[in-house]
Design a protein around this ligand. Structure first.
Ligand code: OMP
Length: 208
């Protein structure tokens, strides 16, 4: 595990973004952990989160012309990643996001920001079964842009619709790369190093 991944886990635990216990997921699965990215809820958190995404984007080697942040949670992620790329990597990356409801006055439409064209990287929080990600694919297709990759903070490495993982399904179905700051395996590696986390480690291993 890289130092920035460890730093990210520690920030997530400090902010209670990452919690251990009993949770029911969107898919109905019962999970011993939950990652609520909405609790990165201050300016400093968001600045740090942007740096983590920017770093992961560079490591992923995903080639992109624009960052797309799907409503709602993808919007601050796209914004802060674009700011971090400018401030820390000297890259002036266009970004855009969608509204959930089309606007029929003013500038109209459902997309806000730079045009959604060329190679797109979608930024989002978590992938479990891949449902949320598939909705973004439809928007990109409508704009005749190309999906280059998906960047997440956590890949839960869970089964998708079939036998392979949700991430593998997305990679197969859309011919793109999916990259995340951390995976469930990284969490297990991290917990294994902490003496006071052995109970959570056992639950995580059982769930995997
Ligand atoms: P899928 O659409 O099944 O891939 O699940 C992704 C969504 O599940 C996220 O966008 C969240 O709304 C939610 N989620 C989390 O935010 N954190 C988790 O640890 C697990 C889930 C989840 O419900 O699976």
């Amino acid at each position: 595990m890289k130092a920035y991944q460890r730093d990210f886990i520690e920030l997530a635990m400090k902010k209670q973004v990452l919690k251990f216990g009993e949770f029911t997921l969107k898919s109905g699965r019962k999970s011993p952990y939950f990652f609520n990215a909405g609790l990165f809820n201050t300016g400093r958190d968001l600045a740090l989160v942007g740096r983590f995404y920017a770093q992961a984007l560079k490591e992923s080697a995903i080639e992109c012309d624009v960052i797309f942040g799907p409503a709602y949670k993808g919007i601050p992620i796209a914004t802060t990643t674009a700011v971090a790329l400018a401030e820390h990597h000297d890259i002036d990356m266009p970004y855009c996001f969608n509204r959930k409801e089309a606007k029929d006055h003013g500038e109209g439409g459902t997309l806000v920001g730079s045009p959604l064209q060329g190679r797109v990287v979608v930024v989002d929080d978590v992938i479990t079964a891949g449902t949320a990600i598939r909705e973004s694919m439809e928007i990109i297709k409508q704009q005749k842009a190309t999906l280059s990759g998906v960047l997440l903070c956590l890949d839960r490495q869970e089964k998708g619709k079939g036998e392979i993982s949700a991430v593998q399904e997305v990679e197969r179905d859309y011919g793109c790369k999916v990259y995340s700051i951390i995976t469930m395996s990284d969490l297990i590696t991290y917990l294994a190093e902490k003496e006071d986390m052995q109970q959570h480690l056992a639950a995580m291993k059982a769930y995997r």
